[in-house]
Design a protein around this ligand. Structure first.
Ligand SMILES: [Zn+2]
Length: 161
């Protein structure tokens, strides 16, 4: 059996001294996000896709903004949790397709690094992950460089019934 999941998240840039982290990769010299956690919008959208594929809830349900323990938290910990839910239900990841809308930073030059970081985090092959980026052509808040939006689809395969 296969299950598909779809996730979305977006964050707004701010001059708050936070580092910009996307897919576990730090982009130096860039503004970070308004976020309670580290604001890794790629990992948050991925969380929502993984959770959605197994009929779960969005990230805020498991890791509320109001909880002090989640302040500046490394989003990789959220993904480790999502992965445990996926494995408990007897699934493994088939493939992940990540789509990023951002005028800045430029994603494509760092996409290989991001895929490597994600394949390490998820214990899957580099080839199972796609990262595509669009500048947004100035049409949306993301396309005007005010923040970043990420859309992710995930396919899960049932290995234990
Ligand atoms: Zn988020």
């Amino acid at each position: 059996m296969f299950c598909i999941g779809f996730g979305q998240d977006s964050h707004k840039f701010a001059d708050n001294g936070k580092a910009l982290v996307l897919g576990g990769v730090v982009f130096t010299g860039q503004r970070g996000f308004v976020a309670h956690s580290d604001g890794d919008v790629v990992l948050h959208a991925l969380f929502n896709a993984l959770s959605g594929a197994i009929g779960g809830e969005s990230i805020g349900y498991y890791f509320p903004d109001k909880e002090e323990s989640n302040r500046n938290r490394d989003s990789k910990e959220f993904i480790t949790f999502a992965l445990s839910l996926v494995e408990e239900k007897g699934f493994k990841i088939g493939n992940i397709d990540i789509n990023i809308e951002a005028a800045q930073p430029k994603i494509t030059p760092r996409a290989v690094e991001m895929k490597q970081a994600l394949s390490d985090l998820l214990s899957i092959k580099f080839e199972q992950i796609a990262i595509k980026a669009t500048s947004g052509e100035g049409l949306t808040a993301f396309g005007r460089g005010e923040g970043v939006q990420v859309l992710v689809s995930v396919l899960l395969e049932k290995i234990i019934s």
